[in-house]
Design a protein around this ligand. Structure first.
Ligand code: MOS
Length: 757
């Protein structure tokens, strides 16, 4: 290996796709237009449960511009993917237009395709559907669940230990349905050529999308191509295909014209997933000096009529703290709502709201500083799996966060801290998220035109994945970023991972590295085997590639000599593209693969997780009942950070979403019809700039070499965990009101006894 320029790995490298996005040149799925393209608009059910008695399409079909009206009676054969296979899908795709059963409000029951969006919209309004309604189950609370609970993790005897614990807390915490609300709406553009189809999709996983849609459409996988060049965020809502993809593809096949179906904001609330409601009972038992003796985390999560989706709230509970007696159990509650889906930090985010809120309540009961309680009970091995941690620095997250927010000045009494005529509250919450190395393949091509191309069928969902590939290529070859072309988001490329579970970065790094290493290796061999090359006859090991230039190792390449148009074949080295020309080699291509951690005997000996902590401060003005989050410090232990800029953005964005979750978000359903009442951007509140505190992100940056050779874990989701309990604890500290059901509302805070600031 040759010397490389000062490593770009770890630096805040600006996104290479930034200019495309800021100039509007980036093409998102709904931006794709084709000759003779038609527009599809779905008709949504107006009941939450029952059967379709009749669908009258006559009027719609006679309207100008309307080309086709499809429903369960005429869509033709679609093939249902079965759950449990090695791809990810959901019940909405498995059941779309399957039969005459309505299982939730807004379920697509017909789709109108027309020459224009306006004609299709008018046509959809003219479709008359009659129903035989049943009484839907839209009960908000899940506490009627009487089924069996599944035990997820158990050790010791938690019930006996709880019964005899000198200090205990026993509370139930509730998080509402939240809807992803990405800026970019879900959209599909389907273009057939003979019996093959290309789907321009809003997908967090083009490879998975392709497999599912091949099954649904009854096609060989090779006959489906899925393209997602850019994504305006997904937050998990675009992990799996939704029915708009099926409907666009089926309509385009029948019409023999390209068809676009873009889901609107209202439909987004009912047809493309949400974070389900959770109800979590936490019981903690402790000794008088604050050592945990029992943890019980029994949670219920909501799902739809057909889906088996569980929001795994108890995932972090078995290993976050040291405790000899523990059990985590779950139960799944069906309602007449659309299918839930993973949403940023699924399980961990609501789960840690409950567990960390209970820890804060325990600290109050113990008359102990919550920071001290966290330190005292920190685990030094994963007691759930009985494995050592690959790398865990959670205690350091606590101490750094405490230092930054000035925790030492915190006085524990409720309402005891004041600043500028406002009451101040401070709280903290721990975060964790699993890490892994999932399979990936990538190819690297050194081109005669002096450019390097890297290709992988993963996608950049807005997180900076394009840039990570370019950083790896630059680090190994020294070729400047503006000569590196990254091709992602297309199933015609080497198979790559879904952008999910915060695992894309750790998956793509090894594959890209091995591909570029192999390409460089071949280049150096070619340089020594080519008679016209000045390196002919040398051993490849005697050569290096620096700044894109091949040179003898003992003759360090002079910086600045690269890419001179008349580059001399001199001792200063030969640009790689000149080596290819001398050898009469076209482009040089090499492939690389990532072997997954679940097949790695070494990795299997460790518990792989990232960690972090949020320290939040709120300001409370009792006279006018105004609460504001004033500061959040986020300290994260996510392995080595590959791009500090994009990485910081991930934690900041997650903290913003966490503020929204804590103070604003919650989807409300009409109790009779099951329509999301606040299913629009005016009524469903998310955190805006005006709501945001000063945010401050610190990465501890300890590499975790068990996960990959870069030591990088994932950072997309973990930042949202721990925000809500930190803010809720700060709210308690300021107001004396303990909010156990999110979001924190003014109505809750009016119960505060603190009257004056
Ligand atoms: Mo994440 S909820 O796996 O996009």
């Amino acid at each position: 290996m040759g010397t490389t320029p000062a490593s770009i790995i770890g630096t805040p490298t600006p996104r290479i796709d930034g200019p495309l996005k800021t100039t509007g040149a980036a093409e998102y799925s709904a931006d794709f237009h084709f000759e003779r393209m038609a527009y599809a608009v779905p008709v949504g059910a107006h009941i939450a449960s029952g059967r379709i008695r009749s669908i009258d399409t006559a009027q719609a079909e006679q309207m100008p511009g309307v080309l086709l009206v499809l429903h369960h009676g005429n869509i033709g054969p679609l093939y249902r993917t079965a759950p449990g296979d090695d791809y990810a899908t959901n019940s909405e795709v498995r059941s779309a237009f399957e039969d005459d059963v309505v299982r939730h409000w807004g379920q697509h029951v017909a789709v109108v395709v027309a020459d224009t969006l306006e004609a299709a919209t008018a046509g959809a309004a003219a479709v008359r559907v009659q129903y035989d309604p049943d009484t839907p189950n839209l009960r908000v609370s899940l506490d009627d669940y009487s089924g069996k609970r599944k035990s997820i993790s158990r050790r010791g005897d938690p019930d006996a230990a709880f019964a005899t614990a000198p200090v205990k807390v026993d509370y139930t915490y509730v998080t509402p349905i939240e809807t992803h609300n990405p800026i970019e709406m879900h959209a599909s553009v389907a273009v057939w050529a003979g019996d093959t189809v290309t789907l321009y999709e809003t997908s967090q996983g083009v490879v998975n999308h392709r497999v599912v849609m091949a099954q649904v459409l009854g096609l060989p996988v090779e006959d489906v191509r899925v393209v997602t060049r850019f994504l305006g965020s997904g937050f998990g809502g675009k992990l799996f295909p939704w029915p708009q993809s099926t409907l666009a593809a089926a309509a385009a096949r029948q019409l023999k014209r390209p068809v676009k179906l873009s889901v609107d904001r209202r439909m987004m609330f009912s047809n493309v997933g949400h974070r389900p409601r959770t109800e979590q009972r936490i019981r903690l038992g402790a000794t008088k000096d604050g050592k945990l003796t029992s943890i019980r985390h029994d949670f219920l999560t909501q799902t739809s009529q057909l889906d088996d989706f569980i929001e795994h709230c108890g995932e972090q509970t078995p290993f976050l703290y040291s405790c000899p007696n523990l059990e985590v159990t779950t139960g799944m509650v069906r309602r007449n709502v659309g299918a839930p889906a993973p949403m940023r930090g699924p399980g961990a985010v609501p789960g840690l709201f409950a567990l960390e809120s209970a820890m804060d309540e325990l600290a109050v009961k113990l008359n102990m500083d919550p920071l001290e309680l966290h330190m005292k009970n920190d685990a030094d091995r994963d007691e759930g799996k009985n494995l050592p941690f690959s790398s865990r620095h959670l205690k350091e997250c606590y101490t750094v966060g405490a230092e930054k927010i000035g925790w030492k000045q915190r006085t524990p009494q409720v309402g005891s801290m004041r600043r500028n005529g406002k009451i101040i509250g401070m709280g903290m919450g721990a975060a964790s998220w699993s890490a892994a190395r999932i399979p990936c393949s990538a190819s690297v091509e050194l081109c005669q035109n002096g450019r390097v191309c890297v290709r992988c069928a993963t996608q950049d969902i807005g997180t900076g994945t394009y840039t990570i590939f370019a950083q790896v290529i630059h680090a190994r070859t020294g070729v400047p970023l503006d000569r590196i072309d990254v091709f992602l988001g297309d199933t015609s490329l080497p198979a790559g991972p879904t952008s999910g579970g915060s695992m894309a970065t750790s998956a793509v790094l090894p594959a890209t590295t091995s591909a570029v290493n192999e390409a460089v290796n071949r280049l150096l061999h070619i340089a020594t085997l080519t008679p016209a090359s000045p390196f002919h006859g040398l051993k490849p090991e005697a050569l290096a590639l620096t700044n894109g230039v091949v040179h003898a190792k003992e003759q360090p390449q002079v910086v600045g000599a690269a890419y001179h148009p008349d580059a001399q074949l001199s001792v200063n080295g030969v640009p790689f593209e000149e080596v290819l020309k001398l050898a009469n080699v076209g482009n040089l291509m090499a492939n690389g693969k990532t072997n997954p951690s679940f097949e790695d005997p070494k990795a299997k000996q460790y518990s792989l997780h990232s960690y972090g902590a949020h320290f939040a401060e709120v300001e409370w003005e009792p006279d006018i009942a105004r609460l504001r989050v004033s500061r959040i410090f986020s300290i994260f232990d996510c392995g080595r950070i590959i791009n500090k800029g994009a990485g910081t953005n991930q934690i900041l964005g997650a903290a913003v979403m966490g503020v929204g979750m804590t103070l604003f978000e919650g989807t409300v359903y009409d109790p009779q019809r099951g329509q999301p009442i606040n299913g629009n951007f005016a009524d469903y509140l998310v955190a805006t700039c005006a709501d945001l505190p000063d945010l401050d992100v610190t990465f501890l940056d300890y590499p975790d070499y068990i996960v990959n050779e870069y030591g990088a874990r994932g950072i997309g989701e973990i930042g949202m965990a721990g925000v809500a309990p930190a803010i809720a604890a700060a709210v308690y500290h300021a107001t004396g009101v303990r909010v156990r059901e999110l979001p924190v509302r003014v109505e809750d805070l009016l119960k505060s006894d603190i009257r004056e600031a």
